[in-house]
Ligand binder design. Structure first.
Ligand code: FPP
Length: 251
């Protein structure tokens, strides 16, 4: 019998609605080839394109990519500057493709920390894609979950202080709605590349029930096939949890 391709093995009725990705390993990928770290970031953009395209083709509704953490500001100045320049160029260059594929761009994080030209470029792309409804691509920029939670607590506390909110009414929704990800479904699958097995301050509240998938592949090598593997792994775990053992044997 002919072997089904990875893509064809995916059950489209059981897709994760939201996939979050920690794109890790750009620097090591470049160093392994005797190149500067920034070379890895440049090559990482191709992987961003691939997973975005693959996610949209399958019918994934949300993808959140950890592009720059609050802690990344502490990297050498030259690398930070290069990453910001890359971000600006990439957003500008990819805007027509996002629109062509009906992808909406959004961003989470402390965006006011970004250089002004990056903020402008980002806002233009967010505004220019706001009516697209095939998939939402969320860039986490100058983002950390602890920062996001602190901001949410401040917001909730000030509403309670003003009398707009009764403390006894605070529930999961109050907190979810005070986070940057307000209105988005929580990710069901979180992928981290490069062999590191940490969450690193990414979506701490939102990942509460997510399946975590770690691969040794460095981000610049990550292609559509790797995304399919992660989704299949997710679906196999789901199937095991959802069924009784007799059903698994029948299959
Ligand atoms: C992690 O690898 C990667 C980053 C901190 C930056 C990711 C940015 C891109 C892929 C390009 C721009 C993205 C968009 C969405 C336009 P690392 O540098 O931590 O690698 P290492 O762990 O090997 O040092």
């Amino acid at each position: 019998m002919e072997q089904k391709s990875l893509k064809d093995q995916i059950d489209l009725n059981k897709l994760p609605e939201h996939i979050a990705i920690i794109m890790d390993g750009n620097g090591r990928w470049a160093k392994n080839q005797g190149k500067e770290r920034v070379y890895g970031h440049h090559n990482g953009v191709k992987s961003v394109r691939e997973v975005t395209e693959a996610g949209a083709e399958l019918g994934v509704k949300y993808m959140t990519l950890y592009a720059f953490s609050t802690e990344n500001w502490n990297r050498p100045q030259a690398e930070v500057t290069a990453l910001m320049a890359l971000l600006i160029h990439t957003i500008k260059d990819e805007l027509p493709t996002l629109n062509k594929n009906k992808i909406r761009l959004q961003a989470i994080g402390n965006l006011s920390m970004l250089p002004e030209d990056a903020q402008t470029e980002l806002q233009e792309a967010i505004d220019g894609t706001k009516d697209n409804d095939r998939m939402t691509l969320v860039l986490a920029l100058s983002y950390s979950a602890k920062w996001e939670i602190i901001e949410a607590v401040k917001d909730i506390a000030s509403r309670a202080k003003n009398g707009e909110l009764d403390i006894t009414d605070i529930d999961e929704n109050t907190i979810s709605n005070a986070l940057n990800t307000k209105g988005m479904p929580d990710p069901e699958l979180m992928i981290r590349t490069s062999g590191e097995t940490r969450i690193s301050n990414f979506l701490l509240w939102q990942l509460a029930y997510a399946e975590l998938y770690f691969t040794r592949t460095f981000w610049p090598d990550f292609r559509k096939q790797h995304l399919y593997e992660a989704i299949l792994n997710f679906q196999n775990r789901e199937r095991r949890f959802g069924m009784i053992s007799e059903q698994l044997v029948e299959e």
